[in-house]
Design a protein around this ligand. Structure first.
Ligand code: FAD
Ligand code: NAI
Ligand code: CO
Ligand code: K
Ligand code: MG
Length: 510
């Protein structure tokens, strides 16, 4: 693509080639360079070996606009980068007074710290040799002084640049800091090409569309538009992610609509952080559903939203709690409560919740409660069962709680006693106001919202469970059981179950 700088990354370190250290510098540099509109063409890894370093640097330097190396610029004998660099450009090494000045600036701090650790004797001699090595750099090289993020002072340490090669330290902390402090110098704002990006998610796997995609991609010159296809094996919401990048917004738009056309009926909404920006996403969700004519579902969304709104309007947060056992129904409530609290109090205000532990609870359900609590910023108090005792304990510990949101639905065995969506507990129960916004939702409605907004849910529902009780009375749902061609028994995810009626026939009635 014209205008975009090309770059190569040369990772230097025996420790990488031996697999003792996982290379994170190239991953960091690719992310950042890509964001800066740089066209990264190549990453390679070489050991702390002068001829290898020199060969890679020479070839990359000639082929690309910029080469960034990481590693081997330290004081130890195995740090050979500067030697390799000089060798690549038949340059000599020399002692750089400027680096010595930099080292002398940070030595006193270093010495003080060493003395405080009780290291005193022979420090001078040790430092002299280390400094000697650190300051021996290629004669023709230039020193790049970055700008510190905080306060804007110049970087404590310079980075060596020779021709179009920039040598960063290997320790990720230093490597990333050095890049951070140099990025505006290396990539001045006005020179950065604006990259336009778009993503399309589909529930098709690559085999199903690869032929059509090849034809489609051929229509676009890949110098102006780049289309990528990335399969995700374990994502519960989509099978393949397709990205489109271009320097021209029009080319991007044309390519994206061509893609959507090619995948018509199989383009899915995806959001990896449904708990963020809940308010705008909710409006878009209702809009999407209305546009495809799901009016009665939208009216259920509005009804549930209204009930939660009223509660959040009427009761201060310390009087509201979500009754959360990690099940799909109360996960809906978790999202609705998050939405309404975000709307009223701004994103992230903490929400109260509680979980009454049934014996032999599924560990996956417990884990999901922990994960969901983190994502949705809800403090879930735990109480031993059974339910009535647990609820009494909650009232004792949190006497301010009045409104308890529950995911009960009329089709639940116990749900049918509730005449209206909001009513006090029975007289023989601890007194709280039961709020069941999805009382008249069907099983399909629950999945429609969870998947329509990519709300995270307990993974047991992808393993054939349709409702969660204790482990002894909950089994995988027989209607979801399929035996694959090679005789293996697998279970379809719960959302694939369509006749609502037998949602709970995976629970042996005790
Ligand atoms: C807060 C609360 C108040 C209740 N008040 C009454 C009452 O007044 N009269 C009466 O007869 N029965 C009452 N019950 C019992 C209720 O009717 C059901 O027996 C119980 O919710 C289990 O329902 P289920 O398994 O059919 O449905 P589920 O779908 O399993 O539960 C419905 C909802 O109850 C909540 N819930 C269920 N189990 C737990 C748990 N272990 N920890 C936290 N939340 C949980 C969740 O919000 C869930 O979405 C109450 C239960 C709770 C949790
Ligand atoms: N010259 C400079 O700009 C600076 C030099 N230094 C000094 O240099 C030394 C460290 O720098 P180098 O010798 O270049 O490091 P190095 O190449 O010796 O690597 C040091 C450690 O960093 C990790 N590492 C290296 N490459 C990595 C990669 N690609 N991904 C993930 N981890 C990686 C490994 O654990 C390795 O053992 C320190 O002694 C430090 O004091 C410190 C700051 C700046
Ligand atoms: Co080193
Ligand atoms: K090393
Ligand atoms: Mg190294």
């Amino acid at each position: 693509m014209p205008g975009r700088k090309t770059a190569a990354i040369v990772v230097i370190g025996d420790e990488i080639l031996k697999g003792t250290t996982r290379d994170t510098n190239s991953y960091f540099l690719c992310q950042r360079l890509h964001q800066l509109g740089v066209n990264i063409k190549k990453i390679c890894v070489v050991g702390d070996d002068i001829s290898e370093i020199s060969r890679e640097i020479r070839s990359a330097s000639g082929a690309y606009d910029l080469v960034i190396t990481s590693g081997g610029v330290g004081p130890t004998h195995d740090d050979k980068t500067y030697l390799g660099l000089a060798h690549a450009f038949t340059d000599q090494l020399h002692f750089s007074e400027d680096i010595r000045a930099a080292v002398n600036r940070f030595l006193p701090i270093y010495k003080a710290q060493k003395r405080s650790e009780g290291v005193g004797e022979g420090l001078e001699e040790v430092l002299r040799t280390a400094t000697e090595k650190l300051c021996t750099i290629p004669k023709m090289s230039q020193l790049l002084w970055g700008t510190q993020k905080k306060g804007g002072a110049i970087s404590t340490f310079p980075v060596v640049r020779l021709n179009n090669v920039v040598a960063l330290p290997g320790i990720p902390k230093f490597c990333e800091k050095a890049f951070d402090e140099l990025q505006d110098q290396l990539f001045p704002l006005e020179e950065r090409p604006t990259m336009w990006q778009g993503t399309v998610y589909t529930d098709l796997d690559e085999f199903e569309f690869s032929k059509k995609l090849t034809e489609l991609a051929a229509k676009f010159d890949d110098r102006t538009v780049q289309i990528g296809s990335y399969p995700e094996m374990h994502n519960k919401f989509f099978k393949t992610k397709l990205t489109v990048e271009s320097e021209s917004p029009d080319a991007l738009k044309t390519a994206l609509s061509a893609l959507r056309e090619m995948l018509v009926g199989h383009v899915v909404y995806y959001d990896s952080k449904a708990w963020q920006d809940t308010v705008p996403k909710w409006a878009e969700f209702k809009n999407r559903e209305s546009q495809i004519g799901n009016q009665d579902f939208v009216s259920k969304l509005l009804e549930a939203e209204r009930i939660v709104s009223e509660i959040v309007e009427k009761y201060p947060l310390d009087q509201i709690a979500l009754s959360f056992n990690g099940g799909k129904d109360c996960t809906i409530l978790l999202h609705l409560l998050r939405l309404k609290v975000d709307e009223k109090y701004g994103p992230g205000a903490s929400i109260q919740g509680f979980h009454i532990m049934v014996e032999d609870q599924f560990p996956e359900a417990t884990q999901f409660i922990i994960d969901a609590a983190k994502f949705y910023n809800i403090q879930v108090l735990e109480f031993p069962g059974p339910l009535k005792t647990g609820l009494a304990a909650l009232k004792k510990q949190r006497p301010s709680i009045i409104a308890v949101l529950m995911g009960s639905r009329a089709t639940d065995p116990n749900g049918k006693y509730m005449k209206t969506a909001v009513e006090w507990t029975d007289s023989d129960w601890p007194r709280v106001l039961r709020v069941c916004p999805i009382l008249n939702w069907t099983y399909t409605d629950v999945w429609h919202m969870l998947r329509g907004l990519c709300v995270p849910y307990c993974k047991l529902y992808d393993q054939g469970y349709t409702s969660l009780g204790g482990r002894d009375n909950t089994v995988k749902h027989p209607a979801l059981r399929v035996v694959s061609s090679d005789g293996k028994e697998i279970y379809l995810p719960a959302y694939k179950l369509h006749n609502d009626a037998d949602e709970r026939s995976n629970r042996s009635n005790l």
